[in-house]
Write a protein that binds this ligand. Structure first.
Ligand SMILES: *[C@@H]1O[C@H](CO)[C@@H](O)[C@H](O)[C@H]1NC(C)=O
Ligand SMILES: *[C@@H]1O[C@H](CO)[C@@H](O)[C@H](O)[C@H]1NC(C)=O
Ligand SMILES: *[C@@H]1O[C@H](CO)[C@@H](O)[C@H](O)[C@H]1NC(C)=O
Ligand SMILES: *[C@@H]1O[C@H](CO)[C@@H](O)[C@H](O)[C@H]1NC(C)=O
Ligand SMILES: *[C@@H]1O[C@H](CO)[C@@H](O)[C@H](O)[C@H]1NC(C)=O
Ligand SMILES: *[C@@H]1O[C@H](CO)[C@@H](O)[C@H](O)[C@H]1NC(C)=O
Ligand SMILES: *[C@@H]1O[C@H](CO)[C@@H](O)[C@H](O)[C@H]1NC(C)=O
Length: 290
């Protein structure tokens, strides 16, 4: 008996369901007539069409106000950041002198980074500028006129230039080179017309003796004013960022060294507690050897 009742109600439900999907009497599909469905479709079509139009209009208005040559929003950085090459995880340069596989990747990274600095490349692309003053190139009447970049010859980096084919930047003899670069900031005139340079030292003074003498290339770690200002990558296509190399000539092996390099330029603060990379960079060096 119970089974019979169940069967009947099951068949009934199926019939009801079918009638709901398509009711031939009232010609309704899923409970609505064709006109009703048409109106709903029309409503959503108009509604979403309107939204899309509004979005397109807003986008167009915004793009009208964007200059492709200068980033619209730039941090008003008082001080540019600094970075090292080879760029390593945690700014940590650790290697074993006698195991070349522990430093070969550093050498490869430096070779790659310095490729565009080759004297021949620089001579072909860039201009010989007047040292000691900004390479200012006003737009005059032609906006966004391409800007000439100044030569930065790789050979200026002395023993850290890695020019010989088998050069290892000193890693194979435990006198490694680390390159320092100042991040690009558009229309930035550092140093108030006075010469600027990079200074490196052990982070704690008492470790200076163990770190040994540091050699900077170009001499004194100087950065010429002619590499400023930078006008942005669209107009200043061949711009060559100045770099400074520091070589650790006699750093004590098998211990951690903490080094800090700073940009020394008039009117530039490098002691911002909140920004560890404002005009400076700190990194770790460990030379393992027997
Ligand atoms: C850079 O190298 C080129 C070609 O070797 C040379 O003519 C030029 O004087 C060098 N410039 C500097 C600033 O050393
Ligand atoms: C950039 O370098 C190319 C050669 O690589 C040169 O033809 C071009 O004139 C340079 N552009 C500027 C603005 O100096
Ligand atoms: C740059 O110079 C290095 C070392 O002299 C050389 O191995 C490399 O092929 C040069 N690269 C270019 C692009 O000239
Ligand atoms: C640098 O000196 C020149 C000439 O004395 C001056 O016109 C310019 O404004 C100075 N630039 C800065 C950033 O002080
Ligand atoms: C390096 O700095 C010292 C002291 O500031 C100065 O006497 C010397 O002429 C500088 N050397 C170069 C090559 O700029
Ligand atoms: C290198 O440093 C050691 C002590 O760490 C010292 O005895 C030695 O004289 C130094 N050598 C040079 C060339 O500075
Ligand atoms: C450096 O490599 C040598 C040779 O493989 C090895 O004997 C030595 O233990 C390593 N030194 C350190 C401090 O890892």
């Amino acid at each position: 008996m119970a089974r019979d009742k169940e069967k009947r109600s099951c068949g009934q439900r199926l019939a009801e369901w079918r009638a709901f999907v398509w009711d031939p009497r009232s010609r309704q599909f899923l409970g609505r007539t064709g006109t009703s469905w048409g109106l709903i479709l029309l409503f959503y079509l108009v509604f979403y069409g309107f939204l899309a139009g509004l979005f397109a209009l807003t986008m167009w208005v915004m793009l009208q106000s964007v200059d492709p040559h200068v980033p619209k929003y730039q941090d008003r950085l008082a001080t540019p950041g600094m970075m090292i090459r080879p760029r390593t995880e945690g700014l940590d340069v650790t290697f074993n002198v006698t195991q070349s596989q522990t430093w070969r990747h550093y050498v490869r990274a430096l070779h790659q980074f310095l490729e565009p600095y080759n004297d021949s490349v620089q001579a072909a692309r860039n201009a010989a500028c007047v040292p000691g003053r900004y390479n200012e190139q006003p737009d005059d009447s032609v906006p966004n006129y391409p800007k000439r970049a100044c030569r930065f010859n790789r050979s200026l980096l002395g023993p850290c230039a890695g020019l010989a084919p088998a050069d290892d930047y000193g890693y194979g003899v435990g006198q490694p080179c680390v390159l320092l670069k100042v991040n690009r900031v558009i229309n930035f005139f550092p140093g108030r017309n006075k010469s600027i340079n990079v200074i490196c030292a052990a982070k704690r003074e008492e470790d200076a003796a163990l770190l040994g003498p540091l050699q900077l290339f170009p001499p004194n770690g100087s950065i010429d004013l002619m590499y400023f200002p930078y006008y942005g990558k669209r107009v200043h296509v061949n711009y060559t960022q100045p770099v400074v190399a520091v070589q650790f000539a006699n750093a004590t092996a098998n211990m951690e060294h903490y080094i800090e390099c700073r940009l020394n330029a008039a009117g530039l603060r490098t002691d911002d507690e909140r920004d560890k990379f404002a005009g400076r960079v700190a990194f770790r060096l460990r030379i393992n050897r027997d």
